[in-house]
Design a binder for this molecule. Structure first.
Ligand SMILES: [Zn+2]
Ligand SMILES: [Zn+2]
Length: 121
């Protein structure tokens, strides 16, 4: 699907986010550093610094090319297909970030004490 306003592929402005945490990490009891949202289906996945890198895995398995940061105050997009950053992308269905009072990294009760040593750089 192509966003009519921006001409960018991989966008469904009507798809709400799947939740407030990474879908696969929540299912597996994992934890994440930052969250990314698929612009096409609303899948929430964890960033490439996170141990499991589920946002990139979602692109690999589905071909959905565009993600937006799901961090409060961030609205940039990353296009995996074009390997390009978009500062100004399409407007997606709200909410556009996880709750401001949700900790980063998260979730707090699943975070190992040595989490900083487990990040990808
Ligand atoms: Zn994850
Ligand atoms: Zn998707």
């Amino acid at each position: 699907m192509t966003d009519p306003n921006t001409g960018i592929d991989g966008v469904d402005p009507g798809a709400p986010p799947s939740g407030t945490g990474c879908v696969e990490c929540d299912a597996a009891g994992g934890w994440w550093f930052h969250l990314r949202r698929c612009a096409q289906c609303g899948h929430i996945g964890c960033c490439d610094s996170s141990p499991a890198q589920h946002a990139t895995a979602h692109w690999t398995s589905t071909g959905h090319p565009l993600i937006q940061s799901f961090e409060p105050g961030e609205d940039w997009f990353w296009d995996y297909g074009a390997n390009a950053l978009y500062e100004a992308g399409p407007e997606l269905a709200p909410p556009v970030s996880h709750p401001a009072d949700q900790p980063t990294p998260g979730p707090a009760d699943r975070l190992p004490p040595d989490w900083t040593s487990k990040l990808h750089s």
